[in-house]
Design a protein around this ligand. Structure first.
Ligand SMILES: NC(=O)C1=CN([C@@H]2O[C@H](COP(=O)(O)OP(=O)(O)OC[C@H]3O[C@@H](n4cnc5c(N)ncnc54)[C@H](O)[C@@H]3O)[C@@H](O)[C@H]2O)[C@@H](O)CC1
Ligand SMILES: [K+]
Length: 465
C-alpha cells in the first residue's frame, strides 16, 4: 500500500519524525509544512470569513499559529485564542512568526470557522473541565468546525475519549500519517470528513494500514467456474442466512457456491443445495473455501458439522453460530487458514473460549485473539478492523450506519469467503471483503435490506476493476 495509507501510533509517529529530522528536516520545518497544508483546507471552508484558531501549549498549538498566519498571508481574517502559552520550542517559534491578534481564553470569540489546535496526539490526561467548556463554547459560536490532527480530547492510539463530552467536527485534517483515532470509535465518529497532509513521512514496516479500495481483476479469458472459486457453505437448521451468505459470495465473484445442509428447502435456482454427508462432500478437492456459521444453529448437530468443516483443512471463514461454538479443540490440529468475523458479542465468546482477557483497545483485543487462536480476526462493528496472528492490522474506518440491520454479517462472511475462494491471500481477502461490503452499503439507498446489500456488491466490485 502507498505510504499515505499507514496508520501510526504516537510512538511510531515520533520515530518517523526523528527519521525526517535525521535526514535534515527540523520540527519547525515539519510544523510549517503541516500547518500550511492544514491552512489550505481551512481556507477552502472559510475563504475570507473569520477564522478562530484555538491554540494549546504543545506542537498542535504550534500548528495553529502557522495556520492562522497562513490564512492572514492570503488576506483572510484569522485570530488566535491562546488557551495556554506555547511551551515547546517549535510552538514558540510559530508564535513568534504569527503577526495577528492573540485573544485570551476569557474573550468570547465568534466567527465562521473554528479551528481546534488545543491538543493533538500529545494529550496524555483527561481534558480539564474549563478546556472542555472552552471548546464547546467556540464550537457553538462558529458555523464550521475543523480539528487539526485529531480533535482535542481524543486518545490518538485507541480512539477513546479523554473528555466527558466532545463536539462533532465537520472536517479533521490529519498531519503526517493517519492515527488510530481516525478509524476507531468513539473518536472516529466525531471527525467528519478526513484529509491527510503529507509531510514526507516514510513508510514504517510494521505499521497498521487503512483499508482502501482494492485493485481486482476480471476473470481470465479461459476462466471457468472452478478457477473463479468454489465456495462450500456449511449450513444447518436455518438455511435462510446461508442463502444470503451464498448470494453475497456469488455477487463477489465466486464461480460456484454450494450449500451443504441436511435440511432440504427452496433455494434460488442459481444456487446448489446438497444434502450429501458433509465429511464426504468436503473431500471434493475443487472446494477452495468453506464458510461455516450463517444458519448453522447451536445444537449438538451444529457443533459436529463445525468440527467436520474445520477438519477438512480447506481455507475457511467462520461466522455467527460457529464463533460461539468454536473451542480450542477445533483448532488444535488445524493448519489451513481461518478468517473469523466476530461482532462484539461473538468476540467476547471467543475471548472466553480461548482465555484471552477482554482488555485494551479494539485493535489490541483483535490482535490478542488473533495470536491466541492463529486465526485472522475481522472485528466487525461500525469501525471494522482486521488483525492477523503475525501482527498485521488494517482498519476500515466508520461505515454506513444503515448496516445495522439483520443479515449484513452473513453478507460480509459470504463476500470474504468469495475472495478467499478466488485465491487471494487470507488477510487480503478479509480486507477486500470488508471494503466491498462497506462500499456496497455506501452505494445502497437508505434502509436497505441485507438482500439488497448483497445485490449491490457487483457495483462495488466494478469500482475495483
Ligand atoms: N510528530 C510530527 O512529526 C509532527 C507533529 N505535529 C503536531 O504535534 C502534535 C503533537 O504535539 P505535542 O506532542 O507537543 O502534543 P500536543 O500539542 O498534543 O500537547 C501536548 C502538551 O499538552 C500537555 N497536556 C497533555 N494533556 C493535557 C491536558 N489534559 N490538559 C492540559 N495539558 C495537557 C502536555 O503536557 C504537553 O505539554 C501533533 O498532534 C501535531 O499536531 C505537527 O507539527 C507536524 C509534525
Ligand atoms: K486538535
Amino acid at each position: 500500500m502507498p505510504e499515505s495509507h499507514q496508520i501510526l501510533s504516537v510512538a511510531q509517529m515520533r520515530t518517523a519524525e526523528e527519521a525526517l529530522i535525521a535526514r535534515g528536516s527540523s520540527v519547525e520545518a515539519l510544523m510549517d509544512v503541516a500547518g500550511r497544508g492544514a491552512a489550505d483546507w481551512v481556507w477552502r471552508v472559510a475563504a475570507r470569513h473569520r477564522v478562530t484558531v484555538l491554540c494549546g501549549p504543545g506542537n498542535n498549538g504550534g500548528d495553529g499559529y502557522v495556520i492562522a498566519q497562513a490564512i492572514r498571508e492570503r488576506g483572510g481574517d484569522a485570530v488566535v485564542v491562546a488557551a495556554y502559552p506555547p511551551q515547546t520550542p517549535a510552538a514558540r517559534n510559530a508564535r513568534n512568526f504569527y503577526s495577528g491578534e492573540v485573544l485570551a481564553r476569557s474573550v468570547e470569540a465568534r466567527g465562521e470557522v473554528f479551528v481546534d489546535c488545543l491538543f493533538g496526539s500529545g494529550l496524555t490526561r483527561p481534558l480539564q473541565l474549563d478546556d472542555e467548556a472552552l471548546i464547546a463554547q467556540l464550537a457553538a459560536a462558529h458555523h464550521h468546525r475543523i480539528a487539526v490532527d485529531v480533535p482535542s480530547g481524543v486518545q490518538s492510539d485507541t480512539g477513546m475519549l479523554l473528555a466527558g463530552h466532545l463536539c462533532r467536527f465537520d472536517l479533521t485534517v490529519a498531519l503526517g500519517a493517519w492515527k488510530f483515532a481516525h478509524f476507531l470509535r468513539p473518536a472516529a465518529g466525531l471527525m467528519g470528513a478526513l484529509h491527510l497532509i503529507d509531510i514526507g513521512v516514510e513508510p514504517i514496516e510494521s505499521a497498521a494500514q487503512a483499508i482502501v479500495r482494492p485493485s481486482l481483476k476480471r476473470p481470465a479469458p479461459d476462466a471457468h467456474k472452478y478457477t473463479r472459486g468454489l465456495v462450500a457453505l456449511v449450513a444447518g437448521a436455518m438455511p435462510g442466512a446461508a442463502v444470503l451468505a451464498a448470494t453475497a459470495a456469488q455477487r463477489a465473484g465466486a464461480g460456484y457456491v454450494r450449500i451443504f445442509s441436511e435440511h432440504t428447502g427452496q433455494v434460488p435456482s442459481d444456487l446448489v443445495l446438497s444434502t450429501d454427508p458433509l465429511g464426504e462432500a468436503l473431500e471434493d478437492g475443487r472446494i477452495a473455501a468453506v464458510l461455516v456459521g450463517p444458519g448453522l444453529g447451536r445444537d449438538a448437530d451444529a457443533r459436529e458439522r463445525l468440527a467436520v468443516a474445520l477438519a477438512a483443512e480447506i481455507p475457511a471463514v467462520i461466522d455467527a453460530d460457529a464463533l460461539v461454538l468454536l473451542s480450542p479443540r477445533n483448532l488444535s490440529e488445524r493448519t489451513a487458514p481461518i478468517i473469523a468475523t466476530p461482532h462484539e458479542g461473538e468476540l467476547l465468546a471467543l475471548e472466553r473460549a480461548f482465555e484471552c482477557e477482554a482488555t485494551g483497545s479494539k485493535a489490541e483485543r483483535a490482535l490478542a485473539i488473533a495470536q491466541a487462536t492463529g486465526m485472522i480476526i475481522v472485528s466487525k462493528g461500525p469501525d471494522t478492523l482486521v488483525a492477523a496472528p503475525d501482527g498485521r492490522l488494517a482498519c476500515a474506518g466508520v461505515a454506513s450506519s444503515w448496516l445495522s440491520t439483520a443479515g449484513t454479517g452473513d453478507v460480509l462472511a459470504g463476500v470474504i469467503a468469495s475472495r478467499l475462494a478466488n485465491g487471494r491471500e487470507p488477510f487480503e481477502s478479509a480486507c477486500e471483503g470488508v471494503w466491498l461490503h462497506a462500499e456496497a452499503a455506501r452505494l445502497s439507498p437508505p434502509a436497505f435490506t441485507a438482500g439488497e446489500l448483497a445485490r449491490a456488491i457487483p457495483q462495488a466490485l466494478g469500482a475495483c476493476l
